[in-house]
Write a protein that binds this ligand. Structure first.
Ligand SMILES: *[C@@H]1O[C@H](CO)[C@@H](O)[C@H](O)[C@H]1NC(C)=O
Ligand SMILES: *[C@@H]1O[C@H](CO)[C@@H](O)[C@H](O)[C@H]1NC(C)=O
Ligand SMILES: *[C@@H]1O[C@H](CO)[C@@H](O)[C@H](O)[C@H]1NC(C)=O
Length: 620
């Protein structure tokens, strides 16, 4: 148990968990071995409660077992060991033994030596536990905040198997997968933050306050957009019956020992008492309740951050006046009378909620974040938490804030994430998302690229010729420009008329004169040009390109032949038009008589009714 139980037992406080039922659920990620063949499979590992697990993502790496310092308690550079992987190689996942120092120190030392993740092998056979940070402040506090790599505890026997394989010269590759670490049952994520209004507990309290301040913006966007439903919770203790009249219980509890909190500075004689903390917890709960009733639950974040600034207990500025614009009377009513010898509905609910339900397990680490009823493990830090919350959405339903700059993995910065790239046009298929980078052909200036995203992407559809000429040949000479690209789908690149070639790299001018493609009449004289040809006719004749023929400019045989042609053509068109009109008229007459016949069958049953003129009379 990570609550400071010893302290409270000494002074008579008990956390409201029925001890016989206490159930701490270890949150797991999936670890699968991809090589060597003989070890392939999926193994259990427990997510460490520090560092940044890649919720929603996965990480493939090569497992390394250091020859020296294999419990990781000393700095690796004293042994000239580095875990930095060479560019292009898989990241290094370091295997270390449990024992001799804090979990967090091992991970910190490995991170400093270049590790991308750490697996800690348990030293006894037992069910997996959650690796947590040391409780006390001091030197450890300085590095814990700086741990950014994920870590996981693995079972003793699995650890030995790994070690043997590596020592035996096998290349061991694993895939750490956090994609299923948070369930995503629907399009809304429910999450809870279990905290305490006490701000004097040192590193953990500061970390919590820092987090609330940083996360407020994102939390409010998510809540206002209806993407999440957030509920704040406060851990509450109680005083055993026998002690309710003791001085300690009186100073730390309200409602006759029913709801307590430890003294903020753990000194009963000075400063605020545990009682003040409980009342403030209760007030924050009531703020949420009243805000939620007016459909503005996000006001809680404003209240809590305002409280940090205006009423910090550690600066002796605690007072009861804040309201964040809510109805003070309602809040006071919700708080009730702290001296009454009766239950407080709100705090009673908190004590009940503390007991694990379904997959969640009891809340015993303070602060704790619960996402979709799963306890979050890892650093309490904005981008890490957003990752965990975003992993709670079904893929493709996550809101924009999940894909914003805050969450980018920046994998595209190094060798373009291994995705397709057109250096000339400065276009890439690499996209950073909270799930890691994806290689997806982009949309540029409204033009969609298509392809596998890794080796090929090609502009497609309307407008594709705007971009790098659709990857097709194009050239211009003497003020004439030709392109092998056309927007209307079909063939990708095709040399324009007057050229031949593959359409991509080259299109060669066709010499129409030499190839006898045009300008072949006896009067014609042909001269090739780039992409076309010039044809002139001898004497007084005029070249008509459409017909590739020479005709006389004055009224002549040629012209009268054309005139005759037009006369005949117009005659034919008129005849066809007349025939069509006659046909239409006949059809209409035929239809009219048919309709009359059909109506006559149904309408005149009484023998005296005429065929109605208006067919839209529906009473018939
Ligand atoms: C942790 O990071 C901060 C800011 O980046 C730095 O100032 C501090 O020295 C680091 N602490 C340790 C122990 O490396
Ligand atoms: C907040 O309001 C919503 C909707 O009105 C409700 O479903 C939810 O249970 C409320 N939460 C609490 C803690 O009262
Ligand atoms: C490529 O485009 C990105 C943004 O789209 C820009 O930041 C970068 O400077 C460009 N690089 C070059 C070489 O033009």
């Amino acid at each position: 148990m990570k609550l400071r139980v010893c302290l409270f037992v000494l002074i008579g406080l008990v956390v409201a968990l029925p001890v016989s039922m206490a159930r701490f659920v270890v949150e797991k990620n999936s670890l699968s071995i991809t090589s060597p063949e003989k070890m392939k499979g999926t193994y259990d590992s427990a997510i460490g409660n520090f560092g940044i697990p890649q919720y929603g993502g996965s990480m493939a790496g090569n497992v390394v077992y250091p020859k020296d310092n294999n419990n990781g308690c000393k700095e690796f550079n004293h042994f000239s060991i580095s875990f930095k992987s060479t560019p292009g190689a898989l990241p290094t996942i370091v295997l270390l033994h449990r024992g001799s120092c804090f979990f967090a120190l091992k991970v910190w030392n490995a991170q400093k030596a270049g590790a991308s993740a750490v697996l800690v092998a348990d030293d006894i056979d037992e069910p997996l536990i959650t690796m947590d940070t040391p409780e006390e402040d001091g030197s450890s506090a300085q590095y814990i905040q700086n741990i950014t790599i994920p870590s996981a505890l693995i079972g003793k026997s699995f650890g030995e198997k790994l070690k043997d394989a590596i020592s035996g010269g096998d290349m061991v590759n694993v895939n750490l997968d956090w994609r299923e670490a948070v369930p995503h049952p629907d399009e809304r994520v429910e999450y809870e933050l279990w905290s305490n209004s006490n701000d004097e507990c040192g590193v953990k309290c500061n970390m919590l306050m820092e987090f609330v301040k940083d996360f407020k913006g994102a939390a409010q966007i998510l809540e206002k957009g209806g993407y999440t439903q957030f509920t704040p919770h406060y851990i509450t203790w109680y005083c055993p019956q026998a002690f309710t009249l003791s001085k300690q219980c009186k100073s730390q509890c309200i409602n006759h020992g029913r709801y307590c909190a430890p003294d903020p500075e753990q000194d009963f004689s000075t400063g605020y008492d545990g009682k003040d903390v409980v009342i403030e917890n209760l007030r924050q709960l009531c703020v949420f309740k009243v805000a939620n009733e007016t459909a503005t639950p996000w006001v809680w974040w404003d209240y809590v951050t305002d409280f940090q600034i205006r009423c910090p207990m550690k600066e002796k500025k605690y007072n009861k006046e804040l309201s964040a614009g809510l109805d003070i009377k309602k809040i006071e009513k919700c708080i009730g009378d702290p001296d009454a010898d009766s239950e407080n509905l709100v705090l009673k609910q908190e004590q009940d909620a503390q007991i694990g339900k379904g997959s969640r397990g009891d809340v015993t680490i303070l602060p704790t974040l619960v996402v979709n009823n799963r306890q979050y493990r890892g650093k309490l830090e904005k981008s890490a938490i957003l990752k965990a919350i975003c992993a709670g959405f079904e893929e493709t339903t996550e809101p924009a804030v999940c894909l914003s700059g805050d969450l980018q993995t920046n994998e595209c910065l190094t060798s373009n994430g291994g995705c397709w790239r057109d250096n000339a046009a400065n276009i890439t298929a690499c996209k950073d998302t909270f799930r890691g980078r994806v290689c997806e052909c982009p949309m540029v200036d409204g033009v969609q690229f298509k392809g596998d995203g890794y080796t090929t992407c090609e502009a497609s559809g309307p407008g594709r010729c705007k971009i790098n000429n659709g990857g097709c040949w194009h050239d211009a000479r003497n003020g004439h420009a030709f392109s092998a690209c056309s927007d209307d789908g079909g063939v990708r690149c095709q040399c324009p008329t007057g050229f031949s070639g593959d359409g991509v790299k080259n299109c060669e001018d066709i010499d129409e004169c030499k190839e006898k493609k045009a300008c072949q009449c006896p009067e014609c004289s042909c001269k090739n040009t780039w992409g076309s040809y010039d044809c002139t006719c001898s004497g007084d004749l005029l070249y008509i390109k459409d017909h590739d023929a020479c005709i006389s400019k004055t009224a002549s045989q040629g012209k009268s032949a054309w005139a005759a042609f037009w006369v005949i053509l117009i005659g034919l068109v008129m005849a066809a038009g007349g025939a069509f009109l006659v046909y239409k008229y006949r059809i209409r007459q035929y239809m009219d008589s048919e309709i009359r016949a059909i109506m006559a069958q149904y309408m005149p049953l009484d023998g005296q009714v005429e065929v109605p003129n208006h067919v839209n009379d529906q009473r018939a």
